[in-house]
Write a new protein. Sequence first.
Length: 382
Amino acid sequence: MKKNDFWYLITMFTLWRVYLFLVALSATKMIPLQQNFLGGGMSNYQSAPWIWGWANFDGEHFLSIARYGYKPLQFFYFPVYPLVVRKISYFLGSGVDGFLFSGILSSNLAFFLGLIGFWKLIEIDYGKNITRLSVLLLLIFPTSFYFGSFYSEALFLCLSVWAFYFARKKKWFVAVVLASIASATRVIGIILLPALAWEMLSQNKSTGKIINCKLLFLLIIPVGLLIYMRYLYFRTGDYLEFLHSVEIFGSQRSSSFIVLPQVFYRYFFKILPSLNHSISPVIFTTYLELFSAIFFLTLCVLGWWKIRRSYWLFMASGYLLPTLSGSFSSMPRYVSVLFPGFILLAQYNCRIPLLMQKLLIILLLVGLAITSGLFIRGYWIA
């Protein structure tokens, strides 16, 4: 990476962090507090809401796992991120404050490293305009604040983009190890297996050797997931406890598979007509879920012709897998790690007039301010 590009990334990352801090600070003065699922509990949150707010909702579970280990009903959260937080806490302190700072530091560091990998990956195929715009769109996506929160999104993004980068450079050992770690970081990590397998087959095709022994090497990718499943069996007697406990996160989710058309049917004919329009945050979140689902489905369709097939497979699989639970709940967050979508969006964005590009950036920044402000004040976003 060139020095100028590196400093550009540092500048954009810093501006992103400053923007989120100012939004958090403003939200504490402008948005009423929702008192459930606050990071660290009410007393800790009230002491510094612009810091503890980044550990709201799932952040509470990740903090608890990192500090105390798994408790019942927490097995849905995969182990690598809490393990990283725990290791860093050895240097920052074993108290709850130390774990909080360890988690936020882990996420922000992983995100910045992920941005570097994302930049280098895009540069393989595209010029500087597409590269810069892809990074910008990722940074200002309305749920990008999760990359700086006590969540595992940043670490998963980092592992995924670097796995693809090393795969593109034909350094398969590093790519497979990173993908294996990713498979124990988030449940969708397993989709790196078919995506990287396609990438390897594409590279082999160009050399005239479609099948070779390197394909067997890819079987290392699920090892991270298999280790976690083995741990679950010893703890709960169920290898798939992380799937079977999904219903505790809402009656709209199911532990049995539901196909995508059924999910859209639920939203258009059951969920939207029954919305309580007096509860505005719920309305906002529901429409955000549906819009994210429609928008990334559109990108998946368009991407078949516009992006590298292994990237498309990663994006399409990463989109479809969460919908099998029968809901678009958390979809705005889940799609944020599907980085090929931002490359595709950058390509289309470059074709529209400059004024429209600026309006899109403003719209995304406003969306980011609304979502992060609500999240900080205890309102469910994704």
